[in-house]
Write a protein that binds this ligand. Structure first.
Ligand code: S3P
Length: 430
């Protein structure tokens, strides 16, 4: 892990950028291209390490994927075109690759093994393996199938009616991908609505899926057809600069081509609740099935708020940077119902609280979230991403407002989702 010293810019963020493609949609575009018939062309794909892991895994499954500078072509031959891999499928740091790919492998009449890095080895997988086993797949792994390495021998699947114990788009998506190959109609019931990119993509590739609030129904034995996708900018990446501009004096930035799918815009709701000064222009040009637009945001006074309940799945990945935002708001911010943070790339309740405390924040961990008291001056410190991209980017943004130098350890983790992060930061602080 390399070290990077970040200096207090003492300045502001100004200018216009396009954040890179959405990570969730980039993963899915490769997977859906792989299981469909014919060519899929993908533009604005996120070349972050996680999505590159997905490409590597599907190549090992025999899928022809041509990577160009501007676009990717996936030459899909349907589920039946996937081949038994001769090598282990290494997902790196990517939970989305692991869980969604398991949904695809569950119906494949062959054997495969999934491993990942030390963070993946700590993340619970039984939330996916259990429903897939009940559909008929043979899956095993460390700790009775809860942790990688996971081995899968797929086969004929039966539909299920399944109530998700946790609101997780990854689990929902794994079941929907398995359901595409099952006998009968599968129903997934979510405790709260989670990101719906998989459902939108099934329709984009010519399949059928019905959504009725938090109940999703899908008929089995569907055949999908390759298509063209332009991946919207990732609102989860945009969130770092949205917060950066909101908390640094005299800032004004515009982020273009950002995905504004309502299942992902919890960060926009929070900015509104906290009194941020921003506006959104929706792009009406037809960009497929995901809404997009430009967000302009300026520095402003902020106030504390309560973030809980159904809002949590709509901003789960933004909580680290929302915690930073809250340190700069007058009053108390409470984040609750967010136990899921404990099983992300790191335990994000602990990593956010510990790192921001080092900088002098008034922040306290709770069993299901955190309490932050503002407004609080932050000071430079030696901080650590703990190998978690979103912790690394949150701390880099915190360096914009801290007094004194800050040293960030493990900045390379940021390559997982935002390889151009430091270039964009330099562009906006110039
Ligand atoms: C993702 C869903 C979320 C999110 C992750 C990506 C997806 O995880 O945290 O970064 O692409 O479906 P959960 O569904 O497990 O909450």
């Amino acid at each position: 892990m390399g070290n990077e010293t970040l200096f207090n810019s003492g300045g502001s963020l100004n200018g216009t950028i396009r954040v890179p493609g959405d990570k969730s949609i980039s993963h899915r575009s490769i997977m859906f291209g792989a299981i469909s018939h014919g060519k899929t062309v993908i533009e604005n794909f996120l070349f972050g390490e996680d999505c590159i892991s997905t490409i590597d895994c599907f190549r090992k499954l025999g899928v022809d994927i041509e990577v160009g500078e501007q676009r990717i072509e996936v030459n899909g031959k349907g589920f039946e075109g996937l081949q038994e891999p001769t090598e282990i499928l290494d997902v790196g740091n990517s939970g989305t690759t692991t869980r969604l790919m398991m949904g695809i492998l569950a119906s494949m009449p062959f054997h495969s093994v999934i491993i990942g890095d030390e963070s993946i080895a700590r993340r619970p997988m039984s939330r996916v393996t259990k429903p897939l086993i009940s559909m008929g797949a043979k899956i095993d792994g460390r700790a009775e199938g809860d942790f990688t390495p996971i081995s899968i021998r797929g086969g004929a699947l039966q539909a299920i009616d399944y109530a998700l114990p946790v609101g997780s788009a990854q689990v929902k998506s794994a079941i929907l991908l398995a359901a595409l190959q099952s006998e009968g109609k599968t129903v997934v019931r979510e405790p709260a609505v989670t990101r719906d990119h998989t459902e939108r993509m099934i329709r984009l590739f010519g399949g059928n899926v019905e959504t009725n609030e938090n109940i999703i129904s899908i008929q089995g034995c569907q055949t999908l057809k390759g298509t063209h996708i332009t991946v919207p900018g990732d609102i989860s990446s945009a969130a770092f600069f949205l917060v950066g501009a909101a908390i640094t004096k005299n800032s004004s930035i515009k982020l273009e081509h950002v995905g504004l799918n309502p299942t992902r815009t919890g960060i926009v709701d929070v900015l509104e609740m906290m009194g941020a000064d921003f506006d959104i222009e929706y792009d009406t040009a037809d960009e497929g099935t995901e809404p997009i637009g430009a967000i302009t945001i300026r520095a402003s006074d902020l106030k504390g708020t309560v973030i809980e309940g159904e809002l949590i799945p709509r901003l789960i990945d933004e909580i680290p940077v929302i915690a930073l935002l809250a340190t700069q708001a007058e009053g108390t911010t409470i984040i609750r119902d967010a136990e899921e943070l404990k099983v992300k790339e790191t335990n994000r309740i602990d990593s956010v609280v510990n790192e921001l405390k080092k900088m002098g924040a008034d922040i306290e961990a709770t069993p299901d979230g955190m309490i932050i008291r503002g407004k609080c001056g932050l000071k430079g410190a030696e901080v650590d991403s703990h190998g978690d991209h979103r912790i690394g980017m949150m701390l880099a943004i915190a360096s914009l407002i801290c007094q004194g130098n800050m040293e960030l350890k493990g900045k390379e983790a940021i390559r997982v989702s935002y390889p151009q992060f430091f270039e964009h930061m330099n562009e906006l602080t110039d």
